[in-house]
Design a protein around this ligand. Sequence first.
Ligand code: PHE
Length: 395
Amino acid sequence: MFGSKRLLTICSTVLLAAAVLTGCERKEAGAGAATGAAADSGTGPIKVGVAASLSGSEATWGRSTQVGAEMAAEEVNSHGGINGRKIELVVYDDKGQSQEMGLVVTRMIKSDKVVAILGEVASGLTMAGARIAQPEGIPMVSHAATNPDVTAIGDKIFRVCFTDDFQGFVTAKFASENLKAKKAAILYDQAQAYSVGLKDTFKDSFTKMGGTIASEQAYTGGDQDFSAQLNNIKSSGAEVLFIPGYYTEVGNIALQADRLGMKIPMLGGDGWDSPQLAKIAGKAIEGHYYANHVSPEAPDPALQKFVAAYKAREGQTPDAIGVLAYDAAHVLFAAMGKAKSLSGDDIAKELAATKDFPGASGMITLDEKRNATKPAVILQMKDGKPTYFATITPN
Ligand code: PHE
C-alpha cells in the first residue's frame, strides 16, 4: 500500500535528520546566544551549511540535496580539501517550512559559524533563508530554486540552475508547438512562490504564442481534494492542463483527474521531479510531461559518471536535485578555493566570477544577476519513470 510505504520513507528520513541534528548539536555551545557571525577561525575544518527538506511533503528533495552535497565534499576532501583544510558540511532539516528554514539558517550562521550555505530547493524557502543570510554577509548558493526573485534578494545570493522566466517559456512552447494546444487550463499552488511565479511566466508566454487560458484554478499545498477545480477545468474546453506544483499534490491531482475521466495531457515544471510522483499517482501519471534541468539518461560523460556514483551509493538513479546539489557544492568549493580569504565578500566575489564551470548538469556560467543560463529538458512519464522526450535551449 502506498500509505505505509510513504510512512516508512518519512520515518527513515526523520531518523536520518535526527542523527544529523544530534551530530551538529554536539559541537554547539549555547545555540542562539551568539550575536553576529564570527569570522571563520582559520584552522580546522571549514564549515558549510546545507539546508534540506529531510522531512515533510518534499522529503525526497532533502535527501538528494544532502547526498549530492556530500559527494562533492568527499571528492574535494579526498584531494586535500581547500588549501589543506577539510570541508565539514553542517546539514539541517528545514522540514520544508519557511519558519524552520529561518531558524536553521540563523543557527548555521550564529552557532556553527558556516562560511557559506547550500540550499534550498524550494524557491519560497530559499527566499526565507536568503533574507537572513544576505544581511549577515554569508553567501548562499541554491542548486534548484528557480523563481526569478530569489537572487534579486542581494549580492550574496546565487543559483546554478535556470530561472522560471525560461521554464515558463519552455513549458508554454511545448504546450503550443508539441501538444498543439490553443486553450490551456492552469492549476497552481497559491501558497508557493515557485508555483505562483511559474503560473505567471507560463501564462505570459502561452498567450504571446497565441494561446488562451480557459480556466485558472488554485489550491494550497497540503490540500487533499481538488475535485471542484478539476470539474471546472474539465468543462472549460482546455486542451492541456498545466500544473506548476510540487510532486505530492501533483500526484494526488493526477489521481483525481483520472477518476473524473479527464483525458487531456498534463504538463508541469521541475516541481514534479521525484520518484514519489509515480508512487502516488500510479498509472494516472502515465504519458504526462514535465520540464526539468537534466535527464539522467542523457549520454553526457560528466553526468553519467555522477549518475553511476550516486547509484552505487543510494541504490537509485538521482533526480535532478541530486545532480544540481553536487554541482552547486562544487561551484561553491571552487570559489572558496580561489577566494583571498573565507570572508563572505571574498567568497561571493569568486562565485560571481564563475565561468564555464563543467558541471554534471552542464556548463555553468553565472551572469550579473547571479543566475545560470542552461537548456531545459522535457520528460514524459513512461512505465513509472521520467523518460527523455525533448531538449529546449535558451534561444
Ligand atoms: N524549482 C523549484 C522551486 O523553485 C524546485 C525544484 C527544482 C524542484 C528542481 C524539483 C527539481 O521551488
